[in-house]
Write a protein that binds this ligand. Structure first.
Ligand SMILES: Cc1cc2nc3c(=O)[nH]c(=O)nc-3n(C[C@H](O)[C@H](O)[C@H](O)COP(=O)(O)OP(=O)(O)OC[C@H]3O[C@@H](n4cnc5c(N)ncnc54)[C@H](O)[C@@H]3O)c2cc1C
Length: 410
């Protein structure tokens, strides 16, 4: 019987468990879970903070899941190192576990810069885990001013969770737009305006020079006084367990690392983005799940490939629905097909007759088919592109095919 070990218990680990079990029903699976919770949807922690969902409802699978999959989960246990020659993982309780096949699905952790004066700041938080959300929820009351450093997805989801709970929320970022990794400039401006109209304060194009107690002194000289500080300036992959690595782990299309019988998936890996050919970390749920599932199948002797990773986001921010995928910027050789309506945004990015990305706000109905067209690298004739402008889904393949595509779209 094969011994499978998975480090981490998030989305990639879930994909890995399901990949293994699709081939091997009997092998022994041990999951090492630093957090004391079953796998959960991190995007939902802001809804937990807003009191929209209860903790028990943010689990990624049902309560019986691990038992049904016959997995042993070591909750609250940390892997401290991997010996790839001896094929063992070391644990923080001093024990070691042998593996035949290992998957590193350890995700990422918030990056916290060493700002001068940070040690003198009271009430510093991050926002990536259930425990972070629990602590913030407890700390924030409607007489507290919150400063969020970072205007990316995590910073803005935190803002959403705290909306209407604090005296003020200021979001600060060195860049000149919100969600610079996700949104094009025009959409970012629209979203910023939408949030400003709801009372959120943005301090962009500025960064903290130092802290003087609970005052952030910005490089511009401007001072921001706050009671609560949230650091959401990006994440770094949890990879030091693999021979002290610092950069996200490189994997091939089978999710194999350079070490024998060692696979990796999720936010701790870098792989090729099919929409621009660049190797990068694509820290999103679909990639984590699909990468993990592919790794699991191969660990169990299968022959799976995950070769269509791309950045993709589907989120709502105070009732605004935003979906983006792939390379969604103007660049050399990229045509922008603007299908925006009066109160919605829809821009498709096309290169060499292939849709390589999109940005959609509110009118998200047809996003599934665009995602599928990107993943399939479907080459569209000029005629098809014209019909796409008139009717985003139906005309391009015909009713039945579209139905099949939509049903299989991730
Ligand atoms: C607030 C927030 C909002 C988000 N919103 C979206 C969204 O809208 N859409 C989207 O697609 N993605 C979103 N993401 C990103 C998404 O959650 C991640 O891409 C996804 O969770 C990655 O899954 P993973 O399994 O790789 O890592 P994780 O889910 O981070 O799981 C890794 C687990 O491994 C554990 N671990 C780490 N090191 C060790 C160790 N040494 N030993 C044992 N355990 C260890 C960690 O504690 C963690 O529990 C969001 C993330 C956050 C934080």
């Amino acid at each position: 019987m094969k011994r499978y070990v998975i480090v981490g218990n998030g989305i990639a680990a879930t994909g890995c468990i399901e990949g293994i079990r699709s081939i091997d029903e009997k092998g022994e699976i041990t999951v090492i879970s630093k957090e004391p919770y079953p796998a959960y949807g991190r995007p939902l922690i802001s809804y937990f903070m807003e009191d929209k969902v209860k903790l028990e409802n943010i689990s990624y699978r049902n309560a019986e899941y691990y038992e049904e999959k016959n997995c042993k989960v070591l909750y609250g246990c940390e892997c401290t190192g991997i010996d790839t020659d001896a094929k063992t993982v070391k644990l923080n309780n001093g024990k070691a576990i042998n593996y035949d096949e290992l998957c590193i699905a350890s995700g990422s952790s918030p990056f916290i810069p060493a700002y001068p004066g940070i040690e003198g700041v009271r009430n510093v938080y991050t926002f990536t885990t259930i425990d972070d959300a629990k602590m913030l929820k407890e700390a924030v009351t409607n007489d507290k001013n919150v400063l969020i450093l970072g205007s990316g997805l995590i910073g803005l989801k935190c803002m959403e969770g705290l909306f209407n709970k604090a005296a003020s929320i200021t979001v600060s970022s060195r860049g000149n737009q919100v969600m610079s990794r996700i949104l094009d400039k025009v959409t970012a401006k629209d979203i910023q305006k939408y949030l400003e109209d709801k009372g959120i304060i943005f301090e962009l194009k500025d960064t903290v020079d130092h802290f003087d107690g609970n005052i952030a002194v910005m490089t511009s000289g401007h001072e921001i006084q706050f009671d609560i500080l949230v650091m959401s300036l990006g994440v770094k992959p949890n990879v030091s367990i693999l021979n002290g690595a610092e950069e996200a782990i490189k994997v091939d299309e089978s999710m194999r690392t350079e070490f024998k019988n060692v696979y990796a998936a999720g936010d701790c890996v870098q792989s090729e983005d099919i929409t621009d050919g660049k190797t990068k970390v694509m820290a999103i749920i679909p990639n984590a799940y699909m990468g993990g599932e592919c790794a699991g199948k191969n660990m169990a002797g299968g022959n799976a490939v995950f070769d269509n990773a791309m950045p993709m986001n589907s989120m709502s921010l105070l009732e605004k629905h935003i979906m983006t995928a792939g390379a969604n910027r103007e660049a050399d050789g990229v045509e922008v097909m603007d299908l925006s309506g009066k109160s919605s945004t829809k821009r498709l990015y096309i290169k060499d007759d292939v849709i390589i990305g999109y940005t959609i706000v509110d009118d998200v109905e047809s996003a599934g088919i665009y995602t599928k067209l990107i993943r399939d690298r479907a080459v569209l004739s000029r005629e098809q592109q014209e019909s796409l402008k008139k009717s985003p889904t139906i005309d391009i393949y015909g009713h039945d095919t579209v139905k099949t595509i939509l049903e299989s779209a991730v």
